[in-house]
Design a binder for this molecule. Structure first.
Ligand code: UDP
Length: 375
């Protein structure tokens, strides 16, 4: 297979899984990542790596000019709801400007296939049992709104420039690779499953945010999907576009809702541990209940779900136990063998000084994440 796919955010949690699956199927992959939250260790050694930001026109231009790109998968984004409430401008900047820069390059270099990570947060609070893709959009957080705007950009870009898209609206993603080599690894975890698993591993108390929602036990209800199943959908989405099929929007969820308390109970039963939790106040921007209808992705892409909630918990736990040291504060250190791949695509930049900047920036990011999450 000769197709080269540009994966922005390919060093991140979901992107790194998609990169691996694309490579396994014979695609060539270029990862473009600013490593603000990504990890060098997460990028499959078969992929080329460009250290750069999707908002940086020069870097994006260089990548498109020097490679025959068949399609773009964009994972690069800021994704934390409460952080977006505290710092919306950073979200508008990354999540909208970044997409605009990529779309401009696609138009200029005639790349017609764009797979985009969106979110169930574009729907806001939903009344339906399971949300279908034509449910009205009413995002409740700046994060959800930036993804909503980016979706509109893609729709307009198709009308104006013929750039086709597959938009995936993610529900709650969890889990890790079966060999525990890649998984969710943020300096501070904010999502429920990793927070709960860390609470078990480190005997750390945790909070369940809100118990007065209109759900079966008063805690928020969410739809969880394994990262491997999610990544698989992206590969199918890219193939869909490369086969010349129409633009589509798909939900990616399991069509099953679990309340926050049910998640805690399932973690307790899978890991055979007791969780030390209390109820805290509601978290800003949280909708009460979100469950996906996933029949469209199944029907049109032939997507299937292979992993259960128990698999997500077990795989995430295995990953955390195996990588306690690998994903430490030195995660930006470039492992031997990577430098060559990096420099090949950054010949006019001093990559190592770039990495030093990132490392400094990392401290700031960590402080901010801690601040907005009251940690
Ligand atoms: N949540 C919680 N305690 C935590 C982290 C998350 O109670 O330490 C709740 C959160 O308020 C929401 C649900 O878990 O109701 C899922 O949140 P998460 O951040 O995992 O994903 P989101 O649905 O916001 O994308």
């Amino acid at each position: 297979m000769n197709e080269t796919i540009l994966v922005s955010g390919g060093a991140g949690y979901i992107g790194s899984h998609a990169v691996k699956q694309l490579l396994n199927l014979g695609y060539k992959v270029i990862v473009l990542d600013n490593f603000s939250t990504g990890h060098f260790q997460a990028v499959d050694p078969r992929a080329m790596v460009v250290v750069g930001d999707i908002r940086d026109k020069e870097v994006v231009k260089a990548v498109f000019e020097n490679n025959k790109i068949s399609g773009v998968m964009n994972f690069a984004a800021k994704i934390i709801v409460p952080e977006s409430v505290k710092n919306p401008l950073a979200y508008y900047d990354d999540n909208i400007l970044g997409v605009m820069t990529l779309l401009r390059a696609c138009n200029r270099y005639q790349v017609r296939n764009f797979v985009f990570s969106s979110t169930a947060a574009v729907y806001g609070t939903c009344k339906d049992e399971a949300i279908t893709e034509d449910h009205p959009l009413s995002p409740e957080s700046p994060y959800g709104f930036t993804k909503y705007v980016a979706e509109k950009l893609l729709i307009d870009a198709e009308k104006a420039y013929g750039i086709k898209h597959v938009i995936f609206r993610y529900f709650n993603v969890a889990g890790a690779s079966k060999d525990s080599s890649i998984g969710e690894a943020h300096p501070v975890e904010t999502h429920l499953i990793p927070v709960t698993i860390n609470s078990c591993i480190y005997n750390r108390p945790m909070q369940v945010f809100g118990n007065d929602f209109n759900t079966r036990d008063g805690t928020c209800l969410r739809d969880y999907i394994h990262v491997l199943d999610l990544a698989k959908a992206h590969v199918l989405g890219m193939k869909h576009l490369l086969d010349g099929k129409e633009s589509e929007i798909f939900n990616l969820g399991s069509q099953t809702g679990y309340t926050n308390l049910e998640i805690l109970k399932t973690v307790e039963s899978v890991l055979q541990k007791k969780i030390n939790y209390t109820f805290g106040p509601r978290r800003a921007g949280d909708a009460a209940s979100i469950v996906a209808s996933n029949s469209k992705a199944k029907e049109i892409l032939g997507w299937t779900i292979e992993n259960t909630l128990q698999d997500m918990i077990q795989d995430d736990y295995n990953f955390r136990m195996k990588n306690k040291n690998l994903y430490g504060s030195k995660r930006y250190k470039v492992p031997y063998g990577y430098k060559k791949r990096l420099l090949a695509y950054n010949s006019n930049k001093n990559v190592l000084s770039l990495l030093e900047d990132i490392e400094k920036e990392d401290e700031k990011i960590l402080t901010n994440i801690k601040k907005v999450n009251n940690l």
